[in-house]
Design a protein around this ligand. Structure first.
Ligand SMILES: Nc1nc2c(c(=O)[nH]1)N[C@H]1C(S)=C(S)[C@@H](COP(=O)(O)OP(=O)(O)OC[C@H]3O[C@@H](n4cnc5c(=O)[nH]c(N)nc54)[C@H](O)[C@@H]3O)O[C@H]1N2
Ligand SMILES: Nc1nc2c(c(=O)[nH]1)N[C@H]1C(S)=C(S)[C@@H](COP(=O)(O)OP(=O)(O)OC[C@H]3O[C@@H](n4cnc5c(=O)[nH]c(N)nc54)[C@H](O)[C@@H]3O)O[C@H]1N2
Ligand code: SF4
Ligand SMILES: [Mo]
Length: 758
């Protein structure tokens, strides 16, 4: 193992400089790793190697190691895990994992730590947070966490404490399409890739950015159903490689193709007129707007031949309604994500694929599903919580502007923490408590994140590693890994209701705790005990199932329990199977569907292709429109990023098994561009812009546009404690400017860079 120059302080006494990282205080190595203990039988649980959170089945094998498989009961996941899911044991037993609370004893970010016990950690945090609250108000503390099972308890603590400033990763990832869907449909939408016969994909990287059910859906559509896949991607991704047609679209110009697809659908009378008449509000305004968006117009903007756009649109319409224009996932290509994702949804609306096989649909949670079934087809889970939470008067830092009103419940504008910390806009933030998030890598403008962390009076991080961001905390709280903890039952309903639960597989290593317990115990220490009345996780789970112990035990035993049959309201075969199962089901329409029951939580109750609500929030944006955006300077190259199959965001680059598979990201560059710059594959290069500068190595490939460079994200950590990841590859977040996009509040992952041989 490599020696590290930093000084670590163990217990009360300082260890010498140059101590082995393997004996980092608070790590397993410092404890001396013992044999593996836990369940020798398969335990059904949930993966957390990424936030797809697949159902798994795991056990300890011969006291030696942990085996992780998929759960056969969850058919849409195929009973499988991906490479990262299979590497959970490598995180669990990583000697660099933290297993004791740590207190900073040097400068922020200097890397000097002292092990402390939980009581001291809680007391230190409570003393500081309560002081800041007293002096400046609870709202001056920001709480941020990746959303999911872990964030509920954390945000409950924030509310009990009195701060409105809670943030998920929304504006770095799904916020664009979620906000667009809320504006148009009144709720989130899902896609039924597996049953689609024609799929148009705008950089939805499903064969690398894996989402088990969707990735399998795309595979199923392509291999079993013979679906045609058309991909618009600036680089030759694996999805592009598996496509029937690939167009190397100019970065950030997808909206022009999307709008011209809508243009052709309307002009050539290919759209589903009946569907539009029944369900759509604002069609005329939209149709008028897209009149100008011809394929020729789009070709000039995005380098996609007009003839192909026209032909593809005709093919799409011919396959409709079992066809889909995929609305993507990480919606951060431009500042106009709101318009792009709305335009993509609009194309689906025009072909009338809503609630049809292979199209878009809305989640069927138990409450709604039971209404259709006319009986308790699926249990409805109760939501644990307390009624008497304090009323918070302070405004959120990101909600001062009306245009952002649609974001509220999806996590806030994460990067607004930077503006509030550094410019006191709209007021000063003074403390940051973060859990399962690593903004230094994942937010953008790393230097500003460092500045913001340094400007804070107090910082707490809860993680499984000393992540790049945790390295700047005052107190680090070590969470048990997902294999060591129990959590609440989670709702994973899709076309029918489904539940699953995370369960402990192995005995807890070291002095770690599950985060629900951490936030409860901290709540007590903060003097907020009345808001944390539950005893333990079992109490919470029983509350969820209304004391139905048999149901709880079934969910735990099977690990995946789904109810009823998949239902899409406008799909005759599905409605038929549904009504055959439930004798008291709602009566069907004359055409044998529930089409007349389809309604939308928008002001008009219809799908809003144009929206007066949006016009009021953000004047000029009621109708979906093309707006030109400048992503780079004339003499720069586009810089874009994506996921790689064997790593997760910023989370796994230090996990030994995955670091062994891949520990560096080459910078993809086209041979012609490389030739001009005298760069050949493997050369050391500098990639730089006004935001930052990074060193890496070139990967010369024709699989990228000549005006674009690409790197897989999450590499190039600058934190010495993550020794397997430090300095390996280009750190993308260090090159991306701090931006808050209109309406969605999204940050931005595409920018301009220059590149030079070193
Ligand atoms: N430049 C650039 N930036 C991006 C992206 C990009 O493509 N390019 N992608 C964006 C996207 S899509 C997303 S979703 C975000 C994700 O960004 P984040 O929300 O920050 O999530 P991760 O990087 O997945 O993981 C964050 C931290 O969680 C810790 N962690 C892992 N498991 C646990 C656990 O069980 N408990 C606790 N307490 N901590 C744990 C990890 O060690 C890691 O430090 O990044 C975004 N940022
Ligand atoms: N293995 C793995 N799987 C993951 C994750 C992971 O980190 N690793 N993270 C999970 C998470 S949090 C998410 S959000 C999803 C992300 O899922 P996706 O959004 O599908 O994946 P990304 O790779 O982030 O980005 C999508 C693709 O967009 C391309 N691209 C960049 N700019 C443009 C553009 O202007 N136009 C077009 N058309 N394409 C462009 C990139 O080259 C990239 O291939 O993946 C999830 N699954
Ligand atoms: S996609 Fe892979 S890493 Fe993500 S939850 Fe599923 S198995 Fe785990
Ligand atoms: Mo994401």
């Amino acid at each position: 193992m490599k020696l590290d120059r930093r000084t670590f302080i163990k217990g009360a006494g300082a260890s010498t400089a140059g101590c082995m990282l393997a004996s980092l205080p608070g790590s397993i190595a410092a404890l001396g790793a013992g044999p593996v203990s836990g369940s020798a039988k398969h335990v059904a649980s949930i993966c957390e190697m990424c936030s797809t959170r697949c159902p798994i089945s795991a056990r300890v094998v011969n006291g030696q190691n942990v085996s992780i498989l998929g759960n056969d009961k969850a058919k849409s996941y195929g009973g499988a895990v991906c490479a990262r899911g299979g590497a959970g044991h490598s995180l669990l037993y990583d000697k660099q994992r933290i297993v004791k609370p740590l207190k900073r004893v040097g400068e922020r970010g200097e890397g000097k730590w002292q092990e402390i016990d939980w009581q001291e950690a809680y007391e230190t945090i409570a003393k500081n947070l309560n002081r800041i609250k007293q002096q400046h108000g609870a709202e001056s503390v920001a709480f941020s966490s990746k959303s999911g099972s872990l964030s509920n308890h954390f945000f409950h603590l924030a509310k009990a404490f009195g701060s409105p400033n809670t943030f998920t990763h929304a504006t770095t990832c799904p916020g664009g399409y979620v906000v667009a869907a809320k504006a148009m449909f009144g709720s989130k939408a899902k896609r039924d890739l597996g049953n689609s016969k024609y799929i148009i994909n705008f950089g939805h990287n499903l064969y690398e950015g894996i989402n088990m059910t969707e990735t399998r859906g795309l595979m199923k559509a392509q291999s079993d159903k013979g679906a045609k896949l058309v991909v618009f991607e600036p680089r030759f991704s694996i999805v592009a490689d598996k496509a029937d047609e690939w167009y190397a679209i100019k970065p950030g110009t997808d909206i022009a193709v999307a709008l011209s697809i809508c243009h052709v659908l309307i002009r050539d009378n290919l759209y589903d007129r009946e569907f539009v008449e029944q369900y759509v509000e604002g069609f005329d305004d939209f149709a008028k707007e897209v009149e100008a968006y011809t394929p020729q117009w789009a070709e000039a903007i995005c380098d996609v031949p007009a003839e192909d756009i026209r032909r593809i649109t005709h093919e799409l319409a011919a396959a409709a309604p079992h066809a889909v224009v995929d609305f993507g996932h990480r919606a951060t290509f431009t500042t106009e994500e709101f318009e792009l994702r709305r335009a993509l949804f609009a194309a689906n609306v025009l072909i009338g694929n809503i609630e049809r096989k292979g199209g878009l649909y809305f989640g069927k949670k138990a409450k709604n599903y039971n209404k259709f079934a006319g009986e308790m087809a699926a249990p409805v889970l109760a939501k644990p919580g307390v009624k008497n939470l304090p009323k918070i008067e302070a405004k959120r830092i990101d909600m001062v502007d009306e245009q952002y009103a649609l974001i509220w419940s999806s996590g806030g504008i994460y990067q607004s923490i930077l503006t509030a910390a550094l410019e006191a806009q709209p007021y000063q933030l003074r403390a940051w408590v973060m859990s399962r998030t690593n903004p230094m890598q994942t937010m953008t403008d790393r230097a500003k994140v460092v500045e913001a962390l340094k400007a804070m009076e107090f910082v707490v991080a809860c993680d499984v590693y000393i992540s790049e961001s945790a390295a700047y905390a005052d107190i680090i709280l070590p969470e048990s890994t997902y294999l060591e903890r129990d959590e609440e039952i989670a709702d994973k309903s899709g076309k029918n209701p489904a539940y699953y639960v995370r369960q402990q597989v192995v005995d807890t290593i070291g002095d770690t705790k599950p985060s629900w317990l951490i936030w409860q115990e901290l709540g007590h220490q903060l003097g907020l005990s009345q808001y944390f009345p539950w005893e333990n996780m079992q109490t919470l789970q029983l509350f969820q199932v209304d004391k139905d112990a048999a149901l709880l035990s079934k969910i735990k035993q099977d690990g995946w329990v789904s109810f009823g049959k998949p239902l899409m309201l406008r799909e005759p075969s599905m409605v038929k199977a549904f009504t055959a199962q439930y004798p008291n089901a709602k009566p069907v329409d004359a055409d044998g569907t529930y089409a007349s029951q389809l309604s939308f939580k928008t002001p008009s109750g219809k799908i809003e292709l144009s929206s007066s609500k949006v016009e009021k929030m953000a004047p000029g944006r009621g109708v979906i429109k093309y707006r030109e955006v400048t992503m780079k300077k004339a003499d720069e190259l586009f810089f874009i990023q994506g996921k790689v199959a064997v790593h997760t965001n910023s989370a796994t680059h230090n996990v030994p098994m995955l670091a062994n598979l891949m520990s560096n990201n080459g910078v993809w560059i086209h041979p012609v561009t490389a030739g001009h710059l005298k760069i050949t594959s493997g050369d050391k290069v500098r990639i730089y812009n006004d935001t930052g500068s990074e060193e890496g190595h070139a990967l010369v490939t024709p699989g990228i546009r000549p005006d674009t460079v690409f790197a897989y994200m999450g590499f190039g950590s600058k934190n010495k404690e993550l020794s397997r990841a430090t300095g390996r590859g280009v750190h993308c977040g260090n090159l991306l400017p701090h931006v808050i996009s209109p309406v969605t509040g999204m940050n931005l992952h595409t920018t301009g860079v220059k590149i030079a041989k070193l």
